[in-house]
Ligand binder design. Structure first.
Ligand code: FAD
Length: 469
């Protein structure tokens, strides 16, 4: 079977790339492992907030580029960061042209567009009536109208690679499908315990899969098998969740406990802090995953912070956490709280005393581990009752992945383009991560790089060069 392009994965990245190829009159096929009409993928269940490192994607391109570089402490690849930033406005314009509507995100700083209809800001998964599900269905229909194909139930297992040129794929069923270009858009490797265990945590089974478990690293593995370079596989985008979310489906993807943690101390059973709570939720989720036992972290805070949690974060954890079966220990003293939460009382008391003293004397940055106060000021733990919440790390999507150039072409270990091979969406590395685990945005990576890849392939097919955007 021959097509102009084969796209591996029918999430937003794959469908955006395929539609851009079909819009230019070429014939792409999207091979999607999921079987159902509404097959699961992260795109379908996403909240639908479009941003570039939490900035409005319609901000000027130079500001978006600087934001990516500063969020990642300069570790992002400049070429793809630059093209993504330059294409951000055009990407949003294209989404609007395709019928996607936006509203203002109800719980984020002004200027963050969210796909309409917006999800209800409540605990648990909620996707059927959401903007992302509707837009994904619309993009699949548009692809067919434009002469492309979406084939479900087709899991790709390998690349056809001849004389240094990728020219098709093999499916798990043994079929060979040839094409001039291949786009890997399979959504990352967060649901592959082997890769997660090798790169992210000693105990992959102790992370909560805060996703649809469809990103199994197939694309990464098949590209690496032909010599592709990878970047930053050790970091992921995710959020801190109640430990009960490991068993309780109502406690993921929301409520997150990011803001509670950033206003608390988070300790291991010895009552000691282990990471900088002030760096925020994505950083802290990675820190929990990196513990020898990722199910051993507990947030400790006082009544003031718990009252604040009635309005803090996307789905306020107070009272939604307890209403949905999550554990919140409450006690009149820290010693009693330590007993309830299984924490060492002496260690906890020492930690809280040192923490409070350092806040009072202005020396909180001198703590070990240090406590950054730029985004989240440190709060005294002094106003009883005291609370403790057992935590876990919720992994949403991996940050690292395949190295690509500014046209989304996959690079080899020697830095050369692998001819015919492109990547888009969560499988792309080099845009996120760094020491503070910068997050650029899963949806802009999907729509933005999907568009870049699709346009670059259409230009290749037309045997001409185009200037982005
Ligand atoms: C609960 C939740 C909320 C989120 N909210 C936001 C948000 O508000 N804003 C934001 O920016 N990001 C958000 N994200 C992240 C964002 O949804 C993803 O990063 C993005 O949708 C990824 O798109 P993708 O196309 O790369 O991958 P996916 O949407 O995961 O699609 C990949 C597809 O590839 C298929 N596939 C996998 N392997 C194969 C194979 N071997 N052969 C064929 N097909 C294969 C899968 O079945 C899947 O359908 C959220 C994620 C989750 C889970």
């Amino acid at each position: 079977m021959q097509f102009d392009a084969v796209v591996v994965g029918g999430g937003f990245a794959g469908l955006t790339a395929a539609n851009h190829i079909a819009m230019e009159g070429y014939r792409p096929i999207v091979l999607e492992a999921g079987i159902d009409e509404k097959y699961m993928c992260n795109s379908r269940v996403s909240t639908g907030a479009l941003h570039v490192g939490f900035r409005n994607p319609e901000d000027p391109a130079d500001q978006l580029f600087e934001n990516i570089m500063s969020e990642t402490d300069g570790t992002a690849r400049k070429d793809i960061a630059q093209t993504l930033a330059e294409n951000s406005q055009a990407t949003i314009n294209w989404m609007r042209d395709e019928g996607c509507e936006f509203m203002q995100h109800p719980r984020r700083a002004s200027g963050m567009p969210m796909m309409v209809p917006g999800r209800e800001m409540k605990a648990g998964l909620d996707w059927e009536n959401s903007g992302p599900n509707k837009f994904l269905l619309a993009l699949a229909d548009k692809l067919e109208e434009r002469g492309g194909q979406l084939r479900r139930g087709a899991r790709v297992s390998g690349l056809v690679h001849n004389d240094g040129q990728v020219c098709g794929v093999y499916t798990e069923a043994g079929e060979k499908i040839e094409a001039i270009a291949v786009v890997i858009a399979d959504g990352g490797f967060q649901a592959d315990p082997d890769l997660v265990g090798r790169h992210i945590t000693l105990s992959p089974e102790k992370l909560r899969q805060r996703n649809t478990q469809t990103g199994r690293g197939d694309g990464l593995k098949m590209a690496v098998a032909i010599g592709a370079e990878t970047i930053g596989l050790d970091k992921f985008y995710g959020h801190v969740l109640s430990r009960d979310a490991m068993m309780n489906e109502k406690l993921w993807p929301y409520p997150q406990l990011d803001v509670v943690c950033a206003k608390s101390i988070v300790v291991t059973p010895d009552g000691r802090r282990f990471a900088d709570e002030g760096q925020g939720g994505v950083y802290f989720t990675n820190a929990i995953a990196a513990l020898d036992d990722p199910l051993s972290a507990t947030a400790v805070f006082d009544h003031t912070v718990w009252e604040d949690a009635k309005v803090a974060d996307i789905v306020p954890p107070n009272p939604s956490l307890e209403q949905n079966g999550g554990t919140v220990f409450e006690a009149a003293s820290l010693a009693e709280l330590a007993g309830l939460a299984g924490l060492d009382p002496v260690g906890l008391l020492d930690t809280v005393t040192e923490y409070n003293d350092s806040i009072r004397t202005g020396g909180v940055c001198g703590l070990s581990p240090t406590r950054n106060t730029e985004k989240f000021p440190a709060h005294l733990i002094e106003n009883a009752p005291y609370y403790a919440i057992p935590l876990c790390a919720g992994i949403t999507v991996t940050s690292g992945g395949l190295a690509v150039d500014g046209s989304a072409q996959v690079l080899s270990k020697s830095g050369e383009v692998i001819s015919g091979l492109y990547a888009a969406g969560s499988v792309v590395g080099g845009l996120e991560g760094g020491p503070r685990v910068g997050y650029v945005g899963g949806l802009i990576k999907a729509f933005g790089i999907g568009r870049i890849a699709g346009r670059a392939i259409a230009a290749k097919l037309a045997n001409k060069c185009i200037k982005m955007p």
